[in-house]
Design a protein around this ligand. Structure first.
Ligand SMILES: Nc1ncnc2c1ncn2[C@@H]1O[C@H](COP(=O)(O)OP(=O)(O)OP(=O)(O)O)[C@@H](O)[C@H]1O
Ligand SMILES: [Mg+2]
Length: 589
């Protein structure tokens, strides 16, 4: 169907160009009545150099000033309202693109960036009704059908579909930012649902509150594979979907960030001895399995299973070793007494059931061929048997170990993707919900969190080349690592009330869009400003709701206080759950 073309024949201009700077245009308004119909966020077409070219601007500010302020003073305080000639109306707009009514022999087109500067005195038109529909139609036709990722509808024209270029949206990382309850989780679920209509999607969602369990296969409208990091209650009888991340997956830095106390005088000795013993144990394990190929080139960071008990014993021996000195008398070995505290910390971690997913894995997770199975589970796209959309529930992981767990999980998958033959690689997206919890500002991070930041900052910087994207979701953008946010090329900014968070969002937006950020606190729930290279026009969009909704954690306080009594038994069960660190049955949606 050919696209409708915007036409301003027979339409009165709203004003004319008064002044221009690189990205902004100031418009003098002739028609004071028409001005009342203009709102911030409306679109203006400015006649371009040729008859079929228009520059498009978004209204940022509307001002009415006395034309000559000296004439309106106390001396003229009679009741009459100002006469039209006594006021001066101006609009300030930010230039966003160029529209052509025809492109050669083809129909209308829109492209980002102004082809030329608007000329002084050129006519400016408000894009309304039929022209708006025609313009919005042009925007969505520019995204081919296969690439189209529908996000919702435009606030200024609810009949027009707001579609992003799905390739570009994921190619160079994206972020969904907004205050609590603004609709981020719903937006994530809506995007997953769209991805699920493709044949082979691959998205891994890190779910911090167990709110996406409603998307799991088997639930109403559910489609995703559902996994849960093994909590203390899952250690004795792990379920099929319990995930363990055995200690041998951790690289040297991750292990040391957890075990080493840098303030200990013996820290360098402990790090050195531990590292060399890990290497030795990995070597022994490879020798036992007769893998000369790997033996020839593995490093201390290679994910090779080894026996932690024998490593612990070796550390203990070193810590107590006595050697024969040159005089023939026994003296303390070089490690004597230097490893005691390190051993104590390691033993404490091994016993701590909260770390069970690391240090108390089931026997099969200690086998050499466990890792390929785990990688296939998470890096596979959808097929007849399994969905490529995976939800991983981290809700029972204690806060202090969360950065370690998340980062080991992400790093292992990224490393596998990194080492895959480039022709066989298929793109993966990792959705980091509640990112401020484990990807904070570097200045606020402790040692394990710094390792998590290293991992994710590496993915943010290099991921594009290996088809590994991040979708960062947070209610506190000002608390999320700046390096990671600044690598994101597409933003869905929902309502944001806090001033600091607004400036964090503003700082990652192009300068010309800073004015648009002013409406962030005024957005409705489920409404967002979408910006980035996946969408032609930075727009205010009413986002679609997903069919399978995340479990809404928004409690209706007043209504529930009016109608629903508490359940003492449930409170008692909660205390037992707290003791065994397991919620038992899943939360009800
Ligand atoms: N697109 C939408 N249209 C209408 N209502 C919505 C939309 N998205 C979300 N809501 C409503 O807002 C509520 C909160 O949404 P959601 O759980 O997605 O918030 P959130 O931003 O993820 O909050 P938090 O940061 O606390 O996780 C939902 O219960 C839902 O009723
Ligand atoms: Mg949420």
């Amino acid at each position: 169907m050919p696209n409708e073309v915007m036409s301003f024949d027979g339409i009165d201009p709203i004003g004319r160009v008064m002044s221009v700077d690189t990205m902004r245009v100031f418009i003098h308004i002739d028609d004071h009545e028409l001005l009342k119909r203009v709102m911030v966020g409306n679109l203006i077409a400015i006649q371009g150099a040729t008859g079929h070219q228009f520059l498009i601007a978004i209204v940022e500010r509307i001002t009415r000033l006395p034309a000559d302020s000296t004439s309106v003073d106390e001396g003229t305080d009679d009741e009459t309202s100002p006469q039209p000639e006594e006021i001066q109306d101006t609009l300030r707009g930010v230039l966003v693109g160029t529209y052509r009514t025809k492109e050669g022999t083809a129909g209308p087109s829109f492209k980002r960036g102004a082809d030329s500067c608007p000329q002084i005195d050129q006519a400016c038109y408000l894009i309304g009704s039929a022209n708006l529909t025609a313009f919005m139609g042009t925007l969505s036709q520019d995204v081919s059908k296969e690439k189209a990722l529908r996000l919702g509808s435009f606030t200024i024209d609810a009949t027009a579909s707001a579609v992003a270029d799905g390739d570009r949206f994921f190619q160079r990382h994206a972020a969904i930012l907004g205050s609590t309850g603004s609709g981020k989780s719903y937006t994530v679920a809506a995007i997953l649902e769209r991805a699920n209509t493709l044949n082979h999607p691959n998205i891994i969602l890190l779910d911090m509150h167990g709110e996406y369990i409603s998307l799991a296969r088997g639930k109403k409208d559910g489609y995703a594979e559902y996994f849960k990091i093994a909590g203390p209650g899952d250690l004795s009888k792990p379920k099929d979907n319990s995930i363990f991340l055995p200690y041998w997956l951790l690289n040297r830095e991750e292990m040391l960030s957890m075990l080493l106390d840098r303030s200990d005088d013996n820290a360098p000795n402990q790090a050195m001895r531990f590292t060399s013993l890990v290497f030795e144990k990995k070597r022994e394990s490879l020798e036992k399995q007769n893998l000369p190929d790997i033996l020839a080139s593995f490093t201390v960071d290679s994910p090779v299973p080894y026996n932690l008990d024998t490593l612990l014993n070796a550390l203990r021996e070193d810590d107590q070793a006595m050697v024969t000195g040159s005089t023939g008398r026994d003296k303390q070995g070089i490690w004597h007494g230097k490893l005691t505290r390190f051993i104590g910390r390691l033993e404490a971690k091994i016993k701590d059931r909260r770390y069970g997913f690391l240090f108390q894995p089931p026997a099969d997770a200690l086998a050499y061929d466990w890792l390929p199975g785990m990688a296939v589970t998470f890096l596979s796209t959808s097929d007849e048997k399994r969905s490529g959309i995976k939800v991983v529930d981290f809700s029972e992981v204690p806060a202090d170990v969360l950065p370690t767990v998340v980062s080991v999980f992400a790093r292992v998958l990224y490393d596998v993707q990194f080492w895959m033959n480039s022709e066989s690689r298929t793109p993966v997206c990792l959705v980091c919900d509640e990112a401020h919890l484990y990807l904070p500002l570097r200045s606020d991070a402790d040692a394990p969190t710094k390792r998590a930041l290293d991992t994710f900052e590496r993915i943010a910087k290099e991921g594009r080349k290996y088809g590994f994207a991040l979708l960062v979701v947070s209610q506190r953008p000002s608390d999320v690592s700046k390096t990671i946010l600044s690598q994101c090329n597409n933003f869905i900014a929902l309502r944001l009330t806090n001033e600091q968070d607004q400036s964090a969002v503003r700082s990652v937006m192009p300068d010309s869009m800073a004015g648009i950020a002013d409406i962030l606190p005024l957005l409705d729930i489920g409404e967002a400003i979408v910006l980035g290279d996946s969408i032609l026009l930075p727009s205010r969009i009413k986002l679609d709701k997903p069919k399978a909704e995340p479990i809404s954690l928004t409690k209706r306080f007043w209504l529930e206080w009016a109608e629903k009594a508490s359940n003492s038994n449930a409170i008692k069960v909660a205390v037992e759950n707290l003791r065994r660190q397991n919620r038992g049955s899943e939360p009800k949606g």
